[in-house]
Design a protein around this ligand. Structure first.
Ligand code: F6R
Length: 616
């Protein structure tokens, strides 16, 4: 949430910052601003409410701009969407310019204290306290303002704040220096040729360099155009580890698609292939993972699994529960990370904890991971974003390799998570009761999946037609049984978040215990009907809806369902049950996308949302 970009180098900073902000806009789009050094050694400050394009409209290439600046795209937490609340914030004495991602929890106490000392505040944000506190502490250090004194002032200030921050800071008396700091909110340093960058994530940096340093919590970085140094908040020097970003800048571009969501839906065959590449052993009928850091003996000792995640990733976890229990017979619990971290869940000694997170930065999931580690559990992560905090801190993990996901509504990351959980189920199953033959069949199904997804995507035009007919309903029910129940939940979430239509997911048979009261000609149901032992029961649910004049869209892989049974029948290719949830998801993604499009919604930037929820 909130995107930070900082630049120091030889080129004009403004267009570089703007380009970075465009790449980070999915983290927040309430308002945007930048502060750029001018050749005359003043700082130009520009802020606009609304999307980054509003800011872009008032920025032109200015020969007077120098190569240093900071910028921010905001997802509002404290204070409304106004220019005054837009970052960068400037201290009352005009010395400190700063952008912040995170929440300062004790800002009111600090603000009261500074106000009593004559400091003036201009915004309602918690972030402004940081600018004023650093400036105040700088004033307390008599003498010339130098890199050392500003660093000291930052250090002193950060030891007094409670909460989380990713920061980029400039001082009006130090034209050639930038500072960054992180605690709880991601911050990456980009190391280029005679230039350095700071950003909330790699997508803002990739166009300039693929060499990055992932800063850890409680670290402060000091940058000049050709050098940087990192210390901890205790002033210990840090030896930086430079990592390479493996994806290309074009991977984070639209590549001719109208929206990132659509592009990412179509990315799925490739993303799924990336998720299983090098991880399948047909000879042994098993999948394999290099980074779990668990021996076969450790795996055999696991007697329970707890999966922890948020939102769409939590839905993936629920599918994982069905698959892991089915193939390995290991009992699985799935918890919301936000509940798990405060709940003190009783767990068995040999519990394996799995966290799932596309961004690897979701604060609740990160804190849940830390809580599990504190209690001594082995935590493995299923994470997309390489080098993210969750990935760096866990005890082992499986990278998704889905490539950058920019659309706020998660699509390819979700189906990749489903596939990885299916492969993990096979792996765990093969260390227990799953036979060689069953293992081989499942592995073959994984290999065939990208092609089946390509075939399913050919349904797009007919689903677009269905979307047109159904876009104007205000309520939807999504129904499914067993592993299709979480897929129903995911279908409902996708529709809600990008079209703002009320939708609920239910286990199909639960409908009779309450939600059936909602059924009328005004509330259509989307029923997921796999061709398995639940088929007849699901069709009974369909009949119950139709008996109450409810319209029905059936998504199925059976060719035996008469089209007269539904208002719309969407038939996906048949697949092994370990990968079937992926195929059932694709029509739901397309349906939400085309309904949102039909309603004129901003598909990639739905209201109130932001990707990567880094505040509680
Ligand atoms: C919905 C969506 C969110 C995320 C959730 C967790 O489309 O994207 O529900 O799934 O915020 O995010 P990650 O996976 O980054 O931890």
């Amino acid at each position: 949430m909130c995107g930070i970009v900082g630049y120091i180098g030889n080129d004009n900073a403004a267009p570089i910052l703007l380009n970075g902000l465009k790449r980070l806009e999915y983290r927040g789009y309430d308002s945007a601003g930048m502060a750029v050094w001018q050749k005359d050694r003043t700082i130009k400050l520009i802020k606009r409410t609304g999307k980054v394009s509003n800011l872009a409209a008032c920025i032109s290439i200015d020969k007077e701009d120098a190569g240093v600046g900071i910028s921010h795209t905001r997802w509002a937490t404290h204070g409304g969407v106004t220019e005054a609340n837009t970052h960068p914030h400037v201290s009352w004495d005009q010395q400190i310019h700063l952008v912040h991602n995170g929440v300062i929890e004790n800002y009111q106490t600090l603000k009261n204290s500074l106000e009593s000392k004559g400091v003036t505040f201009y915004s309602e944000t918690d972030s402004e306290i940081l600018a004023n506190l650093i400036a105040y502490n700088l004033q307390q250090l008599d003498g010339e303002i130098t890199t050392k004194t500003v660093y000291k002032a930052i250090l002193t200030s950060l030891t007094n704040v409670e909460g989380t921050y990713g920061l980029a800071i400039m001082c009006a008396s130090l034209p050639g220096t930038l500072f960054g700091a992180r605690k709880g909110s991601p911050l990456i340093l980009g190391v280029g040729k005679n230039e350095m960058m700071l950003a909330s994530d790699a997508s803002a940096i990739r166009a300039r360099t693929n060499e990055v340093v992932y800063l850890d919590d409680n670290q402060i970085v000091t940058l000049t155009e050709d050098n940087f140094s990192i210390t901890t908040i205790e002033e210990a020097e840090v030896v930086p580890e430079i990592s390479t970003i493996s994806w290309k800048d074009e991977d984070a571009e639209l590549q001719g698609f109208e929206h990132f969501m659509l592009k990412e839906i179509y990315d799925q065959p490739a993303a799924l292939e990336n998720a299983f590449r090098g991880r399948l052993d047909m000879g042994e009928g098993i999948s394999k993972f290099g980074g779990l850091n668990l021996s076969r003996q450790d795996i055999r000792r696991i007697d329970r699994i707890t999966i922890v995640a948020c939102g769409t990733a939590w839905h993936a976890g629920l599918v994982g529960e069905y698959l892991i229990e089915k193939y390995s017979r290991i009992p699985v619990e799935v918890e919301y990370a936000s509940e798990f971290r405060y709940r003190n869940t009783p767990m068995d000694k040999n519990t394996l904890v799995i966290v799932i997170s596309q961004s690897g930065e979701t604060i609740d999931t990160l804190e849940a991971q830390r809580e599990a580690q504190r209690k001594g559990y082995h935590v493995i992560g299923i994470v997309n974003n390489v080098g993210s905090t969750i990935a760096r801190e866990n005890d082992g993990g499986i990278y998704q390799h889905s490539g950058p996901e920019i659309g706020v509504a998660s699509t390819k990351a979700f189906t990749s998570q489903l596939l990885i959980l299916a492969m993990l189920s096979i792996y765990l199953g093969r260390t227990r009761d799953l036979s060689y033959t069953d293992g081989c069949q499942a592995i073959k199904a994984v290999m065939e999946l990208p092609n089946l997804v390509k075939q399913t995507l050919q349904l797009a035009d007919s689903i677009k037609g269905i979307a047109k007919k159904f876009a104007h309903y205000d309520d939807f029910l999504f129904l499914g049984r067993l592993e299709m129940f979480p897929i129903a939940l995911e279908g409902a979430l996708k529709l809600k978040e990008i079209s703002y239509i009320h939708a609920e997911g239910y286990p199909a048979a639960e409908m009779k215990h309450g939600p059936i009261a909602l059924i009328s000609e005004k509330c259509p149901s989307i029923v997921i009907v796999p061709d398995d032992e639940t088929l007849k029961k699901n069709l009974s649910s369909v009949q119950e809806v139709r008996a109450r004049n409810g319209k029905v869209i059936i998504i199925t892989d059976s060719n035996e369902i008469p089209s007269s049974l539904a208002d719309e029948l969407i038939i996906v290719p048949k697949a092994h049950d370990c990968v079937r949830p992926v195929l059932m998801t694709i029509p739901l993604q397309l349906l939400s996308y085309y309904i949102a499009l039909e309603l004129g919604r901003d598909v990639d930037k739905p209201r109130n949302l932001a990707k990567s929820v880094t505040v509680e």
